[in-house]
Each structure stands twice: as C-alpha cells, then as structure tokens.
Design a protein around this ligand. Structure first.
Ligand code: MG
Length: 377
C-alpha cells in the first residue's frame, strides 16, 4: 500500500539538501539513504554499550541507548505513517537522536559539560549533530555523513541562540524563532514516550519501583485497572507488559488524534507553513500530556534519583572528570590520531578534541581506560 505524503510532510523534492552535493541514489530515497548511513555509522554501533538509565554491566535485559533508539524509532514511525508524514526521515532522526551521548547517560554528560565549562560547554544534542556533520570519518569526499538538511534539523532538537549563530543554516530557526518540520517534532515526543514507558519496565524489573507506587500514577493506574479487571490472576511480570503496551497505545493514539486536529485547524500546505506555525503542532491533549508529565516526574524522583542510581552517578562523574584531566595533562594518553591533532591546537580546541574522544566512549571502554591510566599514573 503506497500512501501519499501529506503536503506539509518533508518531501525530498523540496529539501534544502545536503551540505556537499551528491548524485541521487538509484533505488533509495534520500531520507532512506540518511537512515542507512546512520545505521552503518560507528557512533550508532557504540550505542549498544552506552547507558540509558542502567549501566551496561548492570544487567543484560535493561535498555541500552541502542535499544532505546530502536523503540523511539518504532513509535515515531507508527505515528508518522498514521499522519502521512515522511516515515524514513522520522526513522533517521529517531535513530540518530542520541548519537552524541556520553558514556553513563546524563551523569556523564553533566560532568563533561562541567569539564568544558571554560571552552564552550558540552551538550549531547549539539554533539549528535557534530557526530553526523564532522566526527564520523567514512567518506572520501566529505567529513561526517553529509545528511539532508531536514535530518540535521531534526537531530538538533534544541540549541542556545549563541550556539545557533555558529551552526549556519541548521541553527537559523533558533534565531528566527521558527519550528522544525513535523518529523523532527515527532521524533522529539517519541523519545519521551519511549523512555517514560521503558523506564517503568526497567525500574520495576530492577526492583527500584513497586506496583503500589506505580498505581498512584494516573496513566499507569488507568491501564492497570483495565488489565486487572480482564486478567485478575495474571503474574506481575506479564501484567506490567500488558499495562505498558496499553499506556503506549493510549498516549500514541492521543498524540495522533490531537496532532491531526491541530493540523486540520491550521491547514498548512507545506513544511514551511509548519516551520512558521508559531508553536509545535505535534502534541498530546492537555489531559494526557499532564499524566505523561506526572509519570516523568515520578520516574525522575523515584528511579533516576534512587540511591542506587546516585551511586552510579557519582562513580561516573569521577571517571569522566579524571579521564578528561588525564588527557588534558598529557594528550599522549589518547590514541595517536587524537593526540597528534590535540598537540597542534590551542587550549580550547584541545579541550574540544578531548571532549569528542571521551564522549565517543562506551561505558566499559571508559571504565577500562580509566583503570589503565589511573594504574599507570
Ligand atoms: Mg533519547
């Protein structure tokens, strides 16, 4: 079944194109090609060993940044297809959205940002764009993956005006206060839907969240009551899955219908109408949004700030900070290609090279590098 794209969806024929011109692919669309480049990138493979919430070695069943990105992509694609948006573009943005993440999740990013305070800071979102624009070294003719404008626009979810000024075309919307296309807006919300739900699953599995606690959350409670009524004797593990699939269903259905309503009310005829719409059109209804935010706050309080997680946070911060300092004090502690480039640069550019190197590490590589260097020093 070939569904026609909506007029306001991203359309490669009206794209702002690639930074370096390339001949069209013979059998693939341009956004499909972007998605394929992302899947073949080194940064994408590393997501397998990077923390989402639980450090990679804490257990084999928890989400990693890779499986998180796949779940984001699944949700994004479902909604894109229902709204007749560009599905390959949505998929590409979803798969790439966390490419710039450091090891150890947000704890790692916050510490690296602190290390980079005097040199422009570190922000994972900006780093994701840097990975696809600069850091992936795979092609003879250009640095990075040379992705389409709309894919890069989607990867750069947010950005300060100061940083936006240095980014050229893709930063302009933050200066002009415009929106990104619907596919980008969608990837952003699909991210939040994915983690809200899979973190309930992982948190429960880890024993850090209880059913009693979860049942105080309206989004969870509504789904729980429906499951419990129909399957009163279901064991907890399967019950959680049945609840989560209903929560995702509720939120996704609401998102599709609310967004379609907003689109119908505005009547956009092109992606530029979307960009000039004043505010994002991809949205949940007020009621579901509120429940979704309550769940997010609950997770932040009881899962992300759980004592067991905080212990990991402190350990991660020490590793990131000490690695950064060890490389800054002697760039030869890094592999030759990084060391040689860093040695030629002034302090700020040297710090950026170190940040790129540390940010690219997987959890276990950071741990083993730290052990090796601390042992040697
Ligand atoms: Mg994410």
């Amino acid at each position: 079944m070939l569904v026609q794209l909506a007029p306001y969806a991203a359309n490669e024929n009206q794209s702002r194109g690639r930074r370096h011109e390339e001949p069209a692919a013979k059998y693939r669309g341009e956004y499909q090609r972007d998605r394929d480049r992302i899947i073949h990138s080194t940064a994408f493979r590393r997501l397998m060993y990077k923390t989402q919430v639980f450090v990679n070695h804490e257990g084999d069943l928890y989400r990693t940044r890779l499986t998180h990105s796949l779940e984001v992509s699944q949700i994004g694609r479902s909604v894109a297809s229902a709204l007749r948006l560009n599905e390959p573009l949505t998929e590409a943005i979803c798969l790439a959205h966390d490419l710039g993440h450091t090891p150890f999740g947000h704890a790692g990013q916050d510490e690296l940002n602190a290390c980079m305070r005097d040199f422009g800071g570190f922000e994972h979102n900006l780093q994701s764009l840097r990975v696809v624009d600069e850091l992936e070294a795979k092609y003879a003719d250009f640095p990075g993956l040379n992705l389409m404008f709309e894919t890069r626009e989607g990867i750069l979810k947010h950005c300060s005006v100061r940083n936006a000024r240095e980014l050229g075309d893709v930063g302009e919307r933050f200066i002009n206060r415009e929106q990104a296309g619907l596919e980008a807006q969608l990837a952003n919300i699909a991210d939040a839907i994915a983690y809200n739900n899979h973190d309930v699953d992982d948190g429960f599995r880890a024993g850090l969240l209880s059913l009693e606690q979860l049942r105080e959350q309206p989004l969870f409670a509504t789904a729980f009551d429906r499951v419990h009524q129909r399957y009163p004797d279901l064991e907890d593990r399967r019950l959680i899955y049945e609840v989560i699939r209903r929560m995702i269903g509720t939120v996704v259905t609401d998102l599709i219908e609310t967004t379609q309503g907003k689109i119908d009310a505005l009547g956009p005829q092109s992606i530029d109408d979307i960009r000039r719409a004043g505010k994002p059109l991809v949205a949940m209804s007020d009621e579901i949004h509120e429940q979704h935010v309550l769940l997010k706050r609950f997770l932040s309080r009881f899962l992300y700030s759980h004592e067991q997680k905080l212990e990991m946070t402190r350990r991660a911060q020490t590793i990131i900070r000490e690695l950064f300092e060890l490389y800054a004090s002697d760039v030869q502690n890094m592999p030759t290609e990084f060391a040689e480039r860093a040695a030629r640069e002034d302090e700020a550019d040297r710090a950026r090279i170190i940040a790129d190197y540390v940010a690219g590490m997987t959890d276990r590589y950071a741990i083993s590098e730290h052990r090796r260097l601390i042992g040697a020093n």
